[in-house]
Design a binder for this molecule. Sequence first.
Ligand code: ADP
Ligand code: ADP
Length: 232
Amino acid sequence: TDALRLENVERHYREGEGKLTILSGANFSMASGEMVALVAPSGAGKSTLLHIAGLLERPDGGEVYVNGEGCGSLDDDRRTAMRRDTIGFVYQFHHLLPEFSALENVMLPQMIRGLSKPMAAERAKQLLDYMRIGPRADHRPAELSGGEQQRVAIARAVANTPYVLLADEPTGNLDPKTSGYVFDALTALVRQSGVAALVATHNHELAARMDRAVTIEGGKIVPLDIGLRTAS
Ligand code: ADP
Ligand code: ADP
């Protein structure tokens, strides 16, 4: 079973009297443990695609399957539960809660899902150790560097062991060196956890280090030849 599958997805926006087609007959799938780069110019529809794949937005047609389960027929409450239990999000800006420590930020989604505090704390510690920020677990976001904040955000995104991780420019706000570190940590986590990661990025060097790259063209999701793989 694919971790994520989009089938014949349609998404159009009204534009004056006409319509703007973002996705039309779009198909895409991702296996567990796979890391796919989404590379497309601004305005091509990357956010739209991530929102549809993440069950934040309903497509105008077609179906989204998460771990084989079709999501179109779910009512809003069940979609929300499905999103919470099966999908993780990472954004360009970390959106960590400023008044909570790194550890608490990673514990919260687990406790919202019903895990006990000690169990959530244990898993949060493991994840922060894995992301190599264990020693900073008790710091608040403002006391962490940009790269550390993003690593906490990544740990939080996978805290509930999602099938799918959706990342929108996760290193877009970092300098190249820090960006490399955070990307390496993300890669290790994907390989270790088996989550399927779709990573929107403008950074071709990072895109070339993923398993494959796709772009959005004529409403379809199509393979993109990054062409750097053999160069590195
Ligand atoms: P990207 O993330 O690749 O920059 P988006 O998915 O944000 O692209 O947007 C794709 C296109 O759809 C853009 O031209 C944008 O202006 C348009 N768009 C996005 N959201 C809406 C909306 N809610 N209503 C109308 N047009 C929208
Ligand atoms: P980077 O070079 O990764 O951007 P910084 O220069 O921001 O890192 O920070 C260097 C170290 O100091 C990091 O380990 C960071 O966690 C720590 N640090 C940064 N700001 C604070 C702060 N306000 N309080 C405590 N530690 C901090």
